[in-house]
Design a protein around this ligand. Structure first.
Ligand code: NAP
Length: 264
């Protein structure tokens, strides 16, 4: 008798950090993997570790700031019907005030955190809508909610990912597709060093280990949360913000300006 086909998860930014931990945890949950990032040697090393643990792991090296590489990943999402999950995780950060940020690096960050994340989410949405099932996990950041605390453009890319996910959840939920935004706080990975920062300068009580962060995020997925904030002790705080946002709804677009803007 033939074995039932295993589900496959495609993870971007799988060569290290949050993405690599997702790969290990999803392999343990019975998924095969497609691992995407630029560093082929690291992807290969992770793939062989996962293979030894019994998962099938393919590597798809890609620089997601490059249009042709993004297109190859989009094609894989659409063509491979075993793919039932996208972990839209690849990202980079920047440091410092807007006026001193290198505009070319800014543009690259937006290409990766916004353009690639959106194009891959759209490709997965098309593929999973046809299959009427699937899971899309978008890795945002708590900075989506706190842009005053860090580099503005980075925080703005993550606010984009949060808004995109909230909208996708509404559109795709009725089609049987699960959509989750994960908002990590400071998590111990290479992203800090890559952006020229030293995570040791943060108070230890603000920094989570990457395994704990991903395990909490997967628990949030199992609980079908739309938005998972691993470090938030009381979920009621998030619910209050959501209710306040929805309460604004009926007044966000009206025929006349509000009285405080001078209209009698
Ligand atoms: N760590 C935190 O404190 C934290 C907090 C909130 C949100 N996040 C978000 O979590 C996600 C993962 O970050 P992390 O902390 O795990 O960072 P990380 O350790 O630096 O890993 C980033 C991953 O993205 C890949 N990547 C970077 N540039 C890429 C490109 N141009 N094309 C394809 N892949 C690329 C990297 O692989 P290659 O270098 O091999 O390409 C690596 O696999 C990001 O979206 C980040 O914004 C992180």
């Amino acid at each position: 008798m033939s074995q039932p086909t295993k589900n496959t998860a495609l993870i971007t930014g799988a060569s290290t950090g949050i993405g690599a931990v997702y790969a290990k945890r999803l392999a343990a949950r019975g998924y095969n993997l497609v691992l995407v990032a630029r560093d082929t040697a690291r992807l290969q090393a992770l793939a062989s570790t996962l293979e030894q643990a019994g998962a099938k792991a393919a590597i798809l090296p890609a620089d997601l700031t490059r249009r042709e590489d993004r297109a190859a990943v989009e094609r894989r999402l659409e063509a491979d019907a075993t793919i039932t999950m996208l972990v839209n995780n690849a990202g980079m950060a920047m440091n410092g005030p807007l006026a001193s940020n290198d505009p070319d690096v800014l543009e690259r960050m937006i290409e990766l955190n916004v353009t690639a994340a959106t194009r891959l989410a759209a490709a997965a949405a098309r593929a999973f809508s046809t299959r009427r099932s699937g899971t899309i996990i978008n890795i945002a950041s708590v900075l989506a909610l706190a842009p005053e605390q860090f580099n503005g453009p980075y925080s703005a890319t993550k606010a984009f990912v949060l808004a995109l996910t909230q909208s996708m959840r509404q559109e795709l939920g009725p089609l049987g597709i699960q959509v989750q935004a994960v908002l990590p706080g400071a998590t111990r990975t290479e992203i800090w060093e890559r952006a020229g920062m030293n995570i040791s300068n943060l108070p230890a009580e603000m920094v989570m280990d990457v395994e704990e962060m991903v395990d909490a995020a997967l628990s949030g997925l199992d609980q079908n949360e739309a938005v998972t904030i691993p470090s938030l002790p009381d979920i009621a705080d998030w619910q209050k913000l959501t209710e306040a946002r929805f309460a604004l709804g009926p007044n966000l677009s009206r025929q006349h300006a509000a009285a405080r803007y001078g209209r009698a």
